[in-house]
Write a protein that binds this ligand. Structure first.
Ligand code: SF4
Ligand code: SF4
Length: 317
């Protein structure tokens, strides 16, 4: 660990979830920006570890000496509507079909993003759902986010069932070097063959010079919901060390929390977790966010049941 960690007495939780994650996301964003848009300087992949160490030092100085807060990654859920009904959806999206959906208006998105970026910058903003292409305000949302200089890079995550509209493609092209697509890969689920439009979407993006990522398909973990009573601190720590989603950070319906499952469960009233921040009501959002990143045990994780059972991606209910 770098010397500044001792100097500022930084706990391992704060180091892992804030400083290291900022450095890792900065490395990823810098690499993509140089590779795709020729912005910034070459980030040598063979020196990744050394570069991240330098970035960590800079992040610590920015926080303690320059008073700057950066959110390493922020998922912005703009709709719980989805064109699929995945049995093991980690955002509990199919449960919203019974309760009623949250579909963010442009005005609400603007208010919430403004509130966050008044006090923090965002390294990597991920616009997702549900299926974000079902939100009719998506072009306006993307256009507004792209104009915000506190955001380094924007990703739209889609499940590959909907071809982007002309309006959305135009907005992306009017804001060059800011936005890319991520196609979730469900291609090893042959039951979805008729619904998935990967080739059509890739062609549209390619023809419009819009960058995208689609990684190899991987198995999912079974989604087992939330427990009625909390697990002990000891078990929760083990779960949090194991769970890759502790680095997600998401906003849903004006609330900030650790991941899509925590926020979905909160909205569905499956669990009432104490650490979720209502960004529209917070009196001191800056302090609330810092406290969140320093918090060793996240209340949502105390209730969360995680599983090791792998399942096929996107099995439909
Ligand atoms: S996993 Fe993705 S595609 Fe499937 S229901 Fe959830 S949000 Fe929709
Ligand atoms: S609530 Fe915590 S343990 Fe459960 S999925 Fe989210 S980050 Fe992981």
């Amino acid at each position: 660990m770098p010397d500044l960690v001792k100097e500022y007495n930084i706990t391992s939780t704060f180091f892992d979830r804030y400083f290291e994650q900022n450095a890792v996301n900065r490395y990823m964003v810098d690499s993509l920006k140089f590779m795709w848009f020729k912005i910034g300087k070459f980030v040598n992949p063979t020196k990744k570890n050394e570069i991240i160490k330098i970035y960590i030092q800079e992040e610590i100085k920015d926080f303690y000496e320059n008073n700057i807060i950066k959110i390493p990654q922020l998922e912005f859920n703009i709709t719980t509507k989805c064109s699929l009904k995945c049995k093991d959806c980690c955002a509990l999206i199919p449960d919203f079909n019974q309760q009623g959906h949250i579909d963010l208006s442009f005005q609400d998105f603007k208010n919430q993003l403004d509130k966050i970026t008044e006090i923090a910058s965002i390294r990597h903003l991920i616009i997702l759902g549900g299926e974000p292409l079902l939100n009719k305000d998506l072009p306006e949302i993307i256009n507004y986010a792209a104009k915000n200089s506190s955001i380094d890079l924007i990703r739209i995550t889609t499940n590959g069932t909907i071809v982007p509209t002309r309006e959305l493609l135009d907005v992306i092209n009017q804001n060059p070097n800011r936005i890319y697509f991520y196609l979730s890969n469900y291609s090893n689920n042959s039951n979805l063959d008729k619904l998935l439009k990967y080739e059509e979407i890739k062609k549209v993006l390619h023809d419009n010079h819009i960058r995208f990522q689609m990684v190899d398909s991987w198995n999912w973990l079974e989604e087992k919901g939330m427990a009625e009573t909390p697990f002990s601190e000891e078990i929760t720590k083990i779960k949090m060390d194991k769970c890759y989603r502790t680095k997600c950070n998401q906003i849903l319906n004006g609330k900030f929390g650790i991941c899509s499952k925590a926020l979905g469960a909160n909205e569905l009233r499956i669990s009432n977790c104490k650490d979720i921040i209502d960004i529209t009501k917070s009196i001191n959002l800056r302090e609330d966010l810092i406290k969140f990143f320093k918090q060793e045990i996240i209340d949502s994780c105390r209730y969360c049941i995680i599983s090791d059972n792998t399942v096929q991606p996107a099995l439909q209910l």
